[in-house]
Design a protein around this ligand. Structure first.
Ligand code: NAD
Length: 284
């Protein structure tokens, strides 16, 4: 039976460490501020933004939600970003993606001051991740690394296979594993004999977006299996990319969905905002 990597508990521990730091910062007159821009009324995005707001309150941040109508023009949206860039009480800015039709997310990402880019999506921050001298780590991959560290799973020398090559998850995930001296393989939709490649993994990270995509025959006995996917199964129930029931008896350690990577992403967003607040006040 695999060791269950409890993202809920690890995320709670991290958030309470952040809250303790915020208490100290407030004594110096600094309250970390995070602005989250939501354009339109996509229900999933509304839920994500609400959760971010709630997380801000829990750790003692100033959380500001900026709701804009779906009819907002590109220029109006960029003007909001520029205003937030100029504010000294806002240390982190993010724009909830995807944006409604007609708005270009790459222009918005490029407009956010890299020092306030707590999602680490700006090309300047992506470049820092490539070099390995990053200020902010992209939240989901960094959340995975935090799970690995706090579960005392060594990366060095291990064969790490990442399924998925998105800019948000797959690519930065591979870079972070490489930075810790893993031997990294990135798989994607054109990879040949995916199961055979995955079976070589000591650490297998699935970021595909397809329910039960990773089956038992793709997993080496004893491997660490990290499931980034958020999907709905045939009954509408939340599930990951890994066929948990089939893989769990084979794996050495595994993250559940829900309760694995998901809670870590928001915790890492809080950590990045805290880092941004400290940097902008000359404290790091
Ligand atoms: P994406 O759609 O941008 O990328 C999916 C990747 O999977 C692509 O690179 C593609 O090449 C690969 N892929 C698709 N079909 C494949 C196949 N048959 N074989 C091998 N590779 C294949 O998605 P994303 O933004 O990277 O997100 C991936 C999943 O992670 C989604 O379920 C998403 O909801 C979830 N996610 C979770 C969190 C979290 O906080 N837990 C955060 C971000 C994304």
């Amino acid at each position: 039976m695999a060791k269950l990597i409890d993202g809920k508990a690890i995320s709670a521990a991290l958030r309470s460490e952040i809250a303790a730091e915020v208490t100290e910062l407030k004594k110096k007159g600094i309250t970390p501020g995070l602005a989250v821009i939501l354009v339109g009324e996509d229900p999933a995005s509304q839920t994500y933004v609400r959760n971010k707001q709630k997380a801000c309150e829990e750790v003692g941040f100033h959380g500001e939600q900026i709701n804009l109508p779906a009819t907002t023009t590109q220029e109006e949206l960029l003007a909001v970003v520029r205003e937030l860039n100029a504010r000294t009480d806002i240390h982190g800015i993010l724009c909830q993606l995807p944006l409604p039709c007609g708005l270009d997310d790459s222009l918005v990402i490029a407009a956010i001051d890299p020092k306030k880019d707590v999602d680490a999506f700006h090309a300047e921050n992506v470049g820092h991740i490539m070099i390995g001298d990053q200020q902010f780590l992209p939240c989901t991959p960094a959340g995975v690394m935090e799970l690995i560290h706090r579960s005392e799973i060594a990366v060095e020398g291990k064969h790490c296979v990442v399924i998925g090559r998105s800019n948000i998850v797959g690519k930065p995930m591979a870079m972070l594993l490489l930075q810790e001296n893993g031997t990294v393989t990135i798989c994607h939709s054109r990879t040949r004999d995916l199961a055979q490649v995955c079976r070589q993994a000591d650490i297998l990270v699935a970021a595909v977006g397809r329910a039960k995509f990773v089956t038992a025959d793709m997993v080496k006995p004893g491997a660490t299996v990290i499931d980034v996917g958020i999907n709905r199964d045939e009954n509408g129930k939340l599930c990951g990319d890994v066929d948990f029931a089939a893989v769990e008896p084979i794996a050495g350690a595994i993250t559940p969905v829900p309760g694995g990577v998901g809670p870590m992403t928001i915790a890492l967003l809080m950590k990045n905002t805290l880092t941004a607040a400290k940097q902008q006040n000359g404290l790091v």
